[in-house]
Design a protein around this ligand. Structure first.
Ligand code: UD1
Ligand code: UDP
Length: 365
């Protein structure tokens, strides 16, 4: 049996790492195909190094571009590799353009598709990610849903029950495996001390297209964040996504951000980020994965969006949706800071990676 693992962005590397670790331990022919949708050192290579992952067999060097250009170029290059390797199954994870390209190419070549993190829905078709995940789910043969709720979304769309496996989310595996490594690591602890001076802080990430490509929305969020630093007299640590940095500069908002307690830093590695999350008093984000991690790490989360494909976090009470409304954001921060951190993690037991590999081996051999 041969398996192609297709990945391209930061969250895919992180969330596929538990599956890759498992594949390394068993006797099966497999390899990584990297589209290089993400390519900056701190969005890509740093994760292979920190997570001790093997180098991709193929680097397709696609990089950035418009949706059509990026997706089309990926398809052309992925097809060449898939024709050469002829795997029994390709594994894709999540909802990026890499995922759609990989799954489309494989399905057209009649190669089985395994979709990790299947069944997530924001029901907002203006998001490119929603289109990518819906289409990928409908052409997949093995749908690894993280929760029963995700499975139900798939059933409602007519996807056959026997293709769906509820396995938890591999982010739990990644978080638990790596938090322990981070906490034991002198360098990582020193990094935390240097950046926080031992003071309490909030953590911020922002990169969703609908927030950062829209000047008005980005401005609203920044105004709210600035106000929050004043109200709480606290630093907000902000590892900035390259997309966001580019837009802030384009909109002449970058300098404005620099003049207050918002500590802008370059994106950090996974161990550094986990330590920043674990020790934060509160997280503000529009990231998908960070809504999950904050829930797992029992740190309250304020999500700067109007919808989420992770409703489990809202149900258990670890997360709240606020969009870009300044007052709503400020009120939500107060509410979430007063939350008891007693919620249960709805994303599984940290054995999803093993479970997924086990199911594939059992079904394909
Ligand atoms: C992509 C995914 C998004 C995911 C995010 C994870 C799609 C449609 N979007 O968004 O779902 O949440 O990754 O972080 O697939 N850039 C760099 N260096 C890099 C990568 C990007 O400078 O290594 C800059 C470029 O200016 C690029 C911009 O960021 O144009 C956006 O990159 P792109 O991959 O298109 O989308 P993301 O916003 O990263
Ligand atoms: N992350 C990281 N360094 C950072 C910011 C985020 O390692 O500076 C990790 C984070 O722990 C999570 C993942 O990146 O696992 C989330 O990626 P992102 O927010 O870019 O994408 P999304 O989850 O929204 O698709």
């Amino acid at each position: 049996m041969k398996i192609s693992v297709i990945l391209g962005t930061r969250p895919e590397i992180i969330k596929l790492s538990p599956i890759i670790r498992k594949l390394e331990k068993i006797n099966v022919d497999w390899h990584i195909i990297h589209t290089n949708q993400h390519y900056s050192e701190n969005m890509d290579r740093i994760f292979f190094e920190e997570l001790n992952l093997p180098k991709p067999k193929y680097n397709l060097n696609i990089g950035s571009g418009t949706h059509g250009e990026q997706t089309g170029k990926m398809m052309i290059e992925i097809e060449k590799v898939i024709l050469k390797e002829n795997p029994d199954v390709v594994i894709v994870q999540g909802d990026t353009n890499t995922v759609l390209s990989g799954s489309l190419v494989a399905s057209k070549l009649k190669i089985k598709v395994a979709h990790v993190e299947a069944g997530l829905r924001s029901y907002d078709k203006t998001m490119p990610e929603e289109i990518n995940r819906v289409l990928t789910d409908h052409i997949s043969d093995y749908l690894f849903a993280p929760t029963e709720e995700a499975k139900n979304n798939l059933l409602k769309e007519g996807i056959e029950n026997n293709k769906i496996f509820v396995v938890g989310n591999t982010i739990v595996d990644a978080t638990l495996q790596n938090l322990e490594l981070a906490e034991k690591n002198e360098y990582i602890n020193q990094f935390l001390k240097n950046i926080t001076n031992g003071e309490g802080y909030f953590l911020l990430t922002l990169h969703r297209a609908e927030n950062v490509d829209n000047k008005e929305r980005l401005k609203n969020i920044i105004n709210a964040i600035t106000k929050i630093t004043e109200i709480y007299d606290k630093d907000i640590i902000f590892p900035i996504h390259p997309r966001t940095k580019k837009r802030l500069k384009e909109f002449n908002l970058f300098e404005k951000l620099k003049n207050n307690k918002i500590k802008i830093i370059e994106p950090v590695g996974y161990l550094e980020f986990l330590i920043l999350e674990k020790n934060a008093e509160l997280i503000l984000t529009d990231s998908g994965g960070i809504q999950e991690e904050s829930c797992i790490l029992k740190v309250p989360c304020v999500t700067l969006r109007y919808n989420t494909e992770r409703p489990e976090t809202l149900k258990v009470g670890s997360n709240i949706l606020v969009g870009d409304d300044k007052n709503k954001i400020i009120n939500a921060v107060e509410l979430m800071l007063n939350k008891k951190r007693t919620w249960e993690n709805p994303f599984g037991d940290g054995k999803s990676g093993e479970r997924i590999v086990g199911i594939l081996i059992k079904n394909l051999f």
